[in-house]
Write a protein that binds this ligand. Sequence first.
Ligand code: IPE
Ligand code: MG
Length: 229
Amino acid sequence: MDGNGRWAERRGFERSAGHRAGMETVREIVRVASELGVGWLTLYAFSSENWSRPKNEIDVLMSLPEKYFARELPEAERRGLRILTIGHLERLPRRVRFALERAVTRTASNTGMRLVFALSYGGRAEIVDATRRLLRVQEQGGLEPEALDEKMFAAHLDAPEMPDVDLLIRTGEEQRVSNFLLWQIAYAELVTADRMWPEFRRSDLEAAFDEYARRERRFGRTSAQAQNP
Ligand code: IPE
Ligand code: MG
């Protein structure tokens, strides 16, 4: 979700206004995605690297999860959404952590769309964390090096049940991955939306899905193989 700051600056607003507008987009896109039958939606809300922003901007960003859940948790429950988080939550202010943990707990038995918030998240850090968890298993005598494979590695990531990413949408006119879900995007289709996140709408999501549907996913196979798997 990129472009909140630029969206605001171009209009002569404070960057914080962009973040608040971005939260409205989150509300809409979560609703639309669950209506359209998306199985998993992961939102990159705050990166490990975002901690280097000015303190007042971080404070604004950290005020948003509580506001979001105060308004949206009842609807998320009605829709049967299951909320999850990935990232270093221990770095977040306690109030934010509580709001997230409450949302996760309250929706834990739901079976609808998985809604994952990546907060204080970095893809490399997640890979290092998974390695650390595996080393602990090994320390306890539970892992032979030869037994380690991709499936086992993936099972030690922050959200072990998260499937590989099919579609990665980046807003804000940039074309880079910025440390997002590095392991899980190995074969993701990338779509860059020519929109700042606060102006990303249902039609943009649908356009990204249309674009995705036009792509031929080969996973290393030939075109002929991919068409008759
Ligand atoms: C995305 O918007 C929100 C976060 C990263 C938290 P930005 O704040 O990155 O907006 P730009 O890139 O400065 O426009
Ligand atoms: Mg940005």
